[in-house]
Design a protein. Structure first.
Length: 393
């Protein structure tokens, strides 16, 4: 799918401008299996490789751009955590009139883990427009909307994921003993829907930009539950299948039994590009769900700082702080459906890049992650350290 997307976008224009980079090297992970069930974390060594390619073409008032990324991790002992991820994004921009822009964008991510525990595919698409800039402080507005989809892939037959934080059994133990999950619970978090956004951008100076973004989306879970029921004194999830036929769809609209969520986002960002690069962002997210325990209110603060050191070395420091409140106190879906990297809701990371010659550089980075969903029962902490070589073309 992603390959066809890349080809289709460049039939109209050749040759494109091309850029590529590759980074590869060893990494140490203090909690390779991301344990949150109270078990002793399993540290491990791994080899991480990442590649990125960008292609773009500008002709008169149009621009087409495509970018793709590939990542691979191979663990020394925790081989069930081996993972490969592919990402692709394509965007078309046009400016038919002064002060009016049009765009179309699509992209997706496919992640496959050896154990099958966190294998999923995402896809998004947006059509939109931008207006501006106008005024003494140039102000521009952009807005767009499009479909969204997320699919968890089921475990391979006979595949075990003992100790993985997304496995149904450890999760049931983590929450409450009276909670029983169906074996295919991950697939029940697959969803499809649509979303839209509007953004206001103000150029405060030649180096500072202030942006305010509001977004909303709705998602339907055809295999998901909307309520729990009590069977023999234990709480279990509704396991009825998706509606079928016109009568089933009408019944679903009148008395929803499948899970459906609506989410609102608001974000304020200030970015400064001077001798020191600074970016500060505050984000608030509210989710309302038909399913018990899936509504939440979340706040996040993020700060990024970077700069150049003598000799052309670059340093980057990033920190994030997040707090989430589940009014019903369950938040089960958040624990099951966290994507790769989303355990870093509260994190601190640093990176140093030192150029050598011929587009080659040395890169070192370290990060500490913690997760709020574990704070009430067992603490979650993950430390990683990477050192490797990079090449840019």
């Amino acid at each position: 799918m992603h390959a066809a997307l890349l080809i289709a976008c460049f039939i109209v224009a050749e040759p494109p401008q091309v850029g590529a980079r590759v980074v590869s090297g060893p990494e140490a992970d203090s909690n390779a299996r991301r344990e949150i069930s109270g078990q002793v974390p399993q540290p491990d060594l791994l080899w991480r490789s990442q590649a990125r390619v960008e292609l773009s073409r500008r002709e008169r008032n149009q621009r087409v751009g495509v970018e793709g990324q590939w990542g691979h991790k191979v663990f020394a002992t925790q081989r069930s955590e081996d993972v490969q991820a592919l990402e692709a994004r394509a965007r078309w921009d046009a400016r038919p009139l002064d002060g009016l822009g049009l765009f179309a964008e699509t992209g997706g991510r496919d992640r496959r883990q050896r154990s099958g525990a966190r294998s999923y595919t995402t896809w998004t698409g947006d059509l939109g427009a931008s207006l501006g800039p106008w005024g003494p402080l140039p102000v521009s507005v952009s807005f767009g909307a499009g479909p969204r989809a997320f699919a968890f892939w089921p475990y391979p037959q006979g595949q075990a994921c003992k100790g993985d934080r997304f496995c149904p059994a450890p999760l049931a133990e983590l929450t409450r003993s009276d909670l029983r999950l169906p074996d295919d619970s991950l697939a029940r978090f697959s969803n499809a829907g649509a979303g839209g956004f509007a953004a206001l951008l103000v150029q405060l100076s030649g180096a500072e930009v202030l942006s305010l973004t509001a977004a909303a989306d709705g998602r339907y879970f055809p295999l998901g539950w909307s309520a729990t029921k009590i069977v023999d004194g234990a709480r279990v999830f509704d396991e009825r299948g998706p509606p079928s036929g016109a009568r089933g769809i009408l019944d679903q609209l009148r008395r929803p039994t499948r899970r459906a969520d609506g989410t609102l986002h608001g974000e304020l960002t200030l970015e400064s590009v001077r001798v020191l690069y600074l970016r500060a962002a505050a984000r608030v997210t509210g989710n309302t769900s038909l399913s018990r325990g899936e509504s939440y209110l979340r706040g996040r603060l993020a700060l990024t700082a970077g700069g150049l050191l003598p000799g052309g070395a670059r340093v980057l420091v990033e920190g994030q702080l997040q707090a989430t409140r589940w009014p019903e106190g369950l938040g089960l879906g958040e624990r099951l459906a966290l994507q790769e990297g989303d355990e870093s809701q509260t994190s601190l990371a640093g990176q140093l890049s030192v150029p050598l010659r011929g587009g080659v550089w040395v890169e070192a980075r370290t990060a500490a992650y913690t997760a709020e969903f574990a704070a009430g029962r067992t603490p979650f902490l993950r430390l990683v350290a990477f050192a490797g070589l990079g090449w840019r073309w």
